[in-house]
Unconditional design. Structure first.
Length: 133
């Protein structure tokens, strides 16, 4: 609650059945933890808000393929929910270890999402072009 909302509530001395809560940051609600009628107290998480102007594409590569990938390399991706459109991004991180269960290396690609077409949790097919050695 903002300070003016708290002051108004204290001045009226009456409980309010509905209160508009202002987020301290702008963005898109990606998770809702509370529902209408829930009792909430200070510190409870009500919503999770994220800035989706840039999204991460997480790739799982076999170690021999990951060894050819470099920081900053361009990646092209076709997103399952946006068929026929190709998005480009850059490699931002390559995990230093191999996942023991999947035997893959995680690679993070950052893609700009100015038009809001990309959504967290979607699937993609990616293409990383590496130089032949």
């Amino acid at each position: 609650m903002t300070q003016s909302q708290i002051d108004l509530l204290a001045k009226s001395g009456k409980p309010m059945s509905r209160i508009r809560i202002k987020s301290p940051q702008s963005g898109t609600v990606i998770e809702k933890s509370a529902v209408d009628g829930d009792y909430v107290k200070t510190g409870d998480n009500l919503y999770r808000v994220a800035d989706l102007s840039s999204v991460w594409l997480m790739l799982d590569l076999f170690p021999d393929d990951a060894s050819a990938v470099r920081f900053g390399q361009q990646v092209e991706a076709e997103i399952q929910s946006v068929p026929g459109e190709v998005f480009t991004g850059r490699v931002a991180f390559i995990a230093p270890t191999v996942n023991a269960e999947t035997r893959t290396v995680r690679v993070r690609v950052e893609i700009m999402n100015f038009d809001g077409k990309l959504r967290p949790g979607d699937y993609a097919t990616a293409r990383v072009t590496v130089p032949v050695v």
